[in-house]
Every structure is written in C-alpha cells, then in structure tokens.
Design a protein around this ligand. Structure first.
Ligand code: P6P
Length: 337
C-alpha cells in the first residue's frame, strides 16, 4: 500500500481486474464522475465566499427553485461525462428530458442517472449535501437509446453511489461486490479508502423522518413510528434525527444503523407517493444499502424491483437496517398495527 493508502482509482482497477472481460470503459466512466465531484466539492466548499449561492430564478421539472450550485453541478457532470465516450444517454433531476450525447461525441453502452446536488436547499445553512448516481447498461439494440434504457428496475444497476459534501467530502459506491467508502484528501486531490467493506448494523437506535408531516401520513406510517417511539424493554429507545438532506440522512443510517423513511403523504396532491425520486435517489441508495446488508422498501414492494413508469417517478421509501425495515413492512401489510 502506498504511503497515502488506496486511492479510489486503484480500488476501481482492482475491481476491474476481477471482471475478466472488463474493457476499462466503466473505470474511465467512473473516473470522470469522480473528477466532476472534486470540482463540485471545490465550489461547494467555497460557496459562502463567492457569488454562487442563491437562486437562478428558474424552476426545475420538480417545480423547485433552482439554485446556482445545482445548475453548476448539473452542468459539470454533463460536460465531463459527454466526453467520456461511454454513455448512450443521461438523465438528471434538473432536466425534464433525457440528456442525449451531442453529435460528434463517441457514444457508449452505459446509462447514467444522477441527482447533481441533492439537499441544495440546505446550502445556505452549510448543511451537508450530496450527488447521487446510478449506472446501468444500455439494453436497446443499435446506437441510439430508448426510454427502456432509462426505465430499468434497480436490480439492473451495475453501479451506484453518492458523494457527500460535508465536514469532509466522501464517496460511497458499490458495483455489486459490497460497499466501499473513500474520503477526499484535498492536499493530494485523491479519494482515499477510509471505509472498506461498509456493513450496516442489523438494528439501530435512530429513526429519521420528517415528523412535522404526522397529520399527512397514513395510519400505517403513524402506527410504525408510534411503535419505534413506544418504550418497550424488548427494543432500544429510539432517537429521532432528521437533517433534511437525503444523502446526509442516509449516510448516517448506513454507518450507525436504524431507518430513514420518506413515506407517502397527503400534503401535496401532486406528490401522493412522497417526495423522493425512484431512478436517481431511491434506487441507487437501495442498491448501496442492500449491498451493505440492509433493505429498502416502499412498505409494500422492494425498491430494487419496482418497474419504473416515468423518468421522474416518485416513490415512498423506508431504508436502513434489516430489522427496522422488515418491521415496517409488517405495519404496511397489516400484520402489525
Ligand atoms: P422535506 C432535499 O430537498 C430533499 O430532496 C432530500 O434531500 C431530503 O431528504 C428531502 O428533500 C427533505 O424533504 O419535505 O422533509 O423538507
């Protein structure tokens, strides 16, 4: 091992070597994403010092105000990944439509779905935010892409993960052979292996949900949260922790155990299935969580088995330690109340 430890590129090359037929395309693709994250991290870190905070005045496909850093992160990823030569199409939270590879650029056999800067409403308060990514293989024949290449269920992912821009910048990812975490060492500009083989505790002591929406929740959700809150000598006393930034709430759940949920609620008729998006938020985090020994469900269906119907589809999510997630399913299917 070198004096600075294992870099993420070395880790990727090691995984590539284990895939006999690997051409290196996937490694080069992920390296472009890693470079994009380093650039985004630099801007996020100094966001309070330069005029890159605030709103652009536009609203995205989610009808959310778009912040300058959102657009910056979105643009950086698109520019760098278009040049990678390994993608046939991309999709971003910030764009209503699929993002085609411009004419003149080499087209490849992978699909990238991403949320460029999730939790950006927290930027002004210096709360941790993140980039979430999901990589799939092109399934349709021929050179161009079909919507079916984008609307694939989570179990078809070849890789998924996130970058967390917090007290340090971290990368956590899986290619289906466990979960590894890397921390950016700004002095050398490298992501170094800091969390090899992450495994989520089978049970935790924290639940994470926006309890402010209690009156908008279904009775099943209320019964489950009541169960977690109820003192019972057969289970730990749970704390409630909610940052309101998905990547930060998920990362804490992954390392400490417990459960994060953003259930369906009735507060916005336009979002009856909750707020979080399937393809570039719930599905990639579900892949990471399952690979770490956890689980991810809508309460009634495994996230990774949902057949997507549209690009920006929203789903309820309950994700985390297996014991808390499987307990939740018993409340949603009526076995417990
Ligand atoms: P609420 C941030 O805007 C985000 O998309 C996720 O990062 C976060 O988990 C969720 O919304 C918070 O939503 O409704 O609790 O403010």
């Amino acid at each position: 091992m070198s004096e600075i430890g294992i870099t993420v590129t070395q880790h990727l090359l090691g995984q590539q070597a284990e895939h006999g037929g690997a051409t290196g395309a996937f490694t080069r693709l992920l390296n472009e994403l890693i470079l994009s994250a380093k650039i985004i991290s630099r801007e996020v870190t100094k966001a309070g010092l330069v005029e890159i905070l605030g709103f652009t005045g536009a609203r995205n496909v989610q009808d959310e105000q778009v912040r300058k850093l959102d657009v910056y992160a979105h643009d950086i990823i698109i520019r760098r990944l278009c040049h990678s030569g390994h993608l046939c199409v991309m999709a971003s939270e910030e764009d209503a439509d699929p993002i085609e590879i411009p004419r003149g650029f080499q087209v490849g056999n992978y699909v990238l779905m991403f949320d460029p800067l999730d939790g950006s409403s927290n930027i002004d308060a210096n709360v941790s935010i993140g980039t979430i990514f999901s990589i799939l293989r092109k399934k349709s024949p021929g050179v161009g892409y079909q919507m079916s290449d984008l609307l694939q269920p989570g179990f078809q992912q070849v890789a998924a993960g996130y970058f967390l821009y917090g007290s340090s910048t971290m990368m956590v990812y899986t290619t289906g052979a466990g979960v590894s975490g890397f921390t950016l060492d700004p002095s050398v500009g490298e992501f170094l292996l800091s969390h090899p083989n992450i495994e989520i505790p089978s049970r935790g002591k924290i639940f994470s949900a926006n309890v402010g929406y209690w009156d908008y929740w279904s009775q099943e959700t209320k019964n489950y949260i009541d169960y977690l809150r109820r003192p019972d000598q057969n289970k730990p006393v749970y704390s409630c922790r909610y940052i309101g930034s998905l990547v930060a709430d998920f990362h804490r759940t992954l390392l400490y155990g417990g459960v994060f949920l953003y259930p369906a609620d009735s507060k916005d008729p336009k979002k009856p299935h909750g707020k979080l998006r399937l393809l570039y938020e719930c599905s990639p985090l579900a892949f990471v969580c399952e690979q770490a020994g956890g689980a991810a469900t809508t309460g009634r269906e495994r996230i990774m088995e949902i057949m997507p119907q549209e690009l920006h589809q929203r789903v309820p999510i309950i994700i985390g330690s297996p014991e808390e997630v499987y307990m939740a399913e018993q409340f949603y299917d009526g076995r417990l109340s």
